[in-house]
Design a protein around this ligand. Structure first.
Ligand SMILES: [Mg+2]
Length: 398
């Protein structure tokens, strides 16, 4: 290295990444509401990035195959960033993009980059003594929350009871699933018209149970075709729905735009999109009312902040879909057009097994922690034990 460059490098006082570790997790939890004790599990990949200054950052991704992401991080992406300065998040992100997704691939690469990018922002915050949301811009110190409670395995009466329970616990906004994997299961003897007819009755049961003051959101997890998504939306309009998330398979941009012209219910999507061009297309086509980049999936804070900026140019807000409130609260608080953070019951229960001192919402609001970085720390012993459990052997949900 020439002398001048060497002296600049010394002045910059680089911090260096010394090790990257990844843990595949498939966390079993029991849903203990209404006396159900229903077992289920979610898969995720936990990432630790260590530095020569003794600061470590912790990242995370989910709704993917945990073994695949662990392998990418440990064998490809991690080794590539050893020696890099973790605070230079844009530089590292760009390097990972060209390494993992050089032709615009939007799948596993985005998950791996997300997990690493979150860890780097955790390090940057700790190095600078600031919480991540303030580094992003610090638009607000607390975020409104909604509770995702309405799972498909509840029957109609249980759903109404659960809704009342969540409202009595201080939640003013509730999200429930619809669609019930209808397209995926279309060869089973259950026609799509029957599924959406049942969906209407389920949403009505919740509305009747909680009254008009509570906001209700619905999420089809990309499980419907255009025709049935529109039909369901129109039928639900009188019940007052605050947004319809991922109504159509693949977040099909043209069909979303067409659906938006046919219903007064606001449309939202984006939680599982990997690269920013997908959001550009949704916004340019007027296909959404709310975009939902998820930092644990959509390439971390570095890319999600850009997507928020792009949405701002279209006067569109962002909101958290796809769970992981503790990581996404920083994006929603940091950006001016940030709005809701998602208190997804199952995801939060998983995080309680992985992390210490997690902030909890109160009366529909979540105060951002002021500790540097993410503001909460992993329980590394617990994570090491959880990593020994059997793999999911498939794709997590959320
Ligand atoms: Mg969702």
């Amino acid at each position: 290295m020439p002398d001048a460059a060497a002296s600049i490098e010394r002045e910059h006082d680089p911090m260096k990444i010394t090790a990257v570790e990844a843990s595949p997790l498939n966390i079993p939890i029991s849903i203990d509401v209404l006396g159900l004790n229903k077992p289920m599990s979610l898969s995720m990949c936990f990432v630790a990035v260590h530095t020569d200054e003794g600061i470590s950052g912790y990242g995370f991704t989910a709704i993917t195959e945990e073994e695949v992401i662990t392998s990418i991080v440990e064998k490809v992406a991690g080794p590539a960033i050893i020696g890099d300065d973790p605070r230079l998040t844009e530089r590292v992100w760009d390097k990972l993009y060209w390494l993992l997704a050089p032709r615009g691939q939007t799948g596993y690469a985005a998950h791996a980059i997300a997990a690493l990018d979150i860890a780097l922002w955790d390090i940057k915050g700790k190095a600078l003594g600031q919480p991540v949301y303030k580094l992003l811009g610090g638009a607000r110190d607390r975020v409104p929350t909604y509770a995702t409670f309405g799972f498909g395995f509840f029957d109609r009466d249980q759903l109404a009871e659960a809704a009342k329970l969540w409202v009595s616990n201080g939640h003013k906004r509730l999200k429930m699933t619809v669609g019930n994997s209808a397209l995926q299961r279309r060869d089973e003897p259950r026609r799509l018209p029957d599924v959406i007819a049942d969906d209407y009755e389920r949403v009505k049961a919740v509305r009747d149970a909680v009254g008009d003051e509570v906001e209700i959101y619905i999420d089809a997890n990309c499980s419907l075709d255009h025709y049935h998504a529109v039909k369901l939306a129109r039928r639900l309009e009188p019940l007052g729905i605050s947004f319809f998330e991922e109504p159509i398979t693949q977040n099909d941009v043209r069909q979303m735009a067409d659906m938006r012209r046919q219903t007064s219910i606001p449309l939202a999507c984006g939680q599982n999109e990997g690269l920013s061009f997908r959001f550009r297309d949704l916004l340019a086509a007027n296909a959404v009312d709310v975009v939902q980049p998820n930092v644990a999936i959509t390439g971390g804070y570095t890319q999600c902040a850009k997507i928020a900026g792009m949405a701002q140019a279209f006067n569109v807000n962002i909101a958290n879909g796809g769970a992981w409130i503790h990581h996404n609260m920083h994006l929603q608080a940091g950006m001016a057009n940030g709005t809701l953070a998602e208190y997804h019951y199952v995801a939060v229960e998983c995080c309680k097994k992985m992390y210490k001192d997690l902030p909890a919402p109160k009366d529909g609001w979540l105060d951002l922690p002021q500790a540097p970085g993410l503001g909460f720390e992993p329980d590394l012993d617990a994570i090491a034990e959880l990593a020994k459990l059997p793999a999911s052997g498939g794709h997590g949900k959320g």
